[in-house]
Design a protein around this ligand. Sequence first.
Ligand code: ADP
Ligand code: ADP
Length: 217
Amino acid sequence: MGKYIILLGPPGAGKGTQAQIIAKEFGLAHVSSGDLFRENLKNQTELGKLAQGYMNRGELVPDDVTIAMVKERISRPDCAQGVLLDGFPRTPAQADALEKVLAELGGKVSCVPYISVAPDVLIERLSGRWTCPACGNVYHEKYNPPKSAGKCDKDGSELIQREDDKPATVERRIRVYMEQTAPLIQYYQDRNLLVEVDGTQSIESVSQQMLAAIRKG
Ligand code: ADP
Ligand code: ADP
């Protein structure tokens, strides 16, 4: 049976950064709903066109299309050993839908590491975030700079700043998180799956604590 892990935390908490490390360690597929939307955007699919306005405003894409997209992705063969979900679920309705999909696949959520970081730190992280448009790898100009300025360590692509990492949108995204996603902390606490990790520590310390929590979970 597959191992299904959900990374919970506000925008900028370090979900994507940790997901890379954890997915490799446990041999899981890394499924990021944000990356899936950005891929659709780049390819100008119908889904991408629909998602674009919501993403640019820093709002959530409606549950029905988001759930359908993730369901299709986690049903593929490369997800049979398990999945590390990054950025999904983001609403209680998405969490309920995920429970059903996993039951159909014969699995269930085994652990929900929650990376907690205060809002002022999030703003600093997102405004200094640089992303590789080719592979999705993320950097921070101060906390996690690439080896060669402005270039991805993995494939050498020119790094970009995401449109929705501009200050006004960042504040909106944090508000949306507080209102629509934060209730999932209680949701998974009630199911005894939540493990809180202090996300203000170094990337390495956060990883160590998350790996230990997942091994236990
Ligand atoms: P999320 O996927 O939760 O939005 P990211 O993994 O993209 O978060 O990280 C947001 C930004 O913060 C990136 O620029 C990343 O390099 C940086 N970052 C991630 N973890 C840490 C950390 N523990 N300390 C300092 N900066 C971090
Ligand atoms: P971050 O890593 O900074 O938290 P993401 O890359 O996860 O941001 O998400 C970028 C945008 O994609 C969100 O602001 C939202 O518009 C959309 N999105 C991603 N995941 C979801 C989801 N599970 N439900 C609804 N919208 C989503």
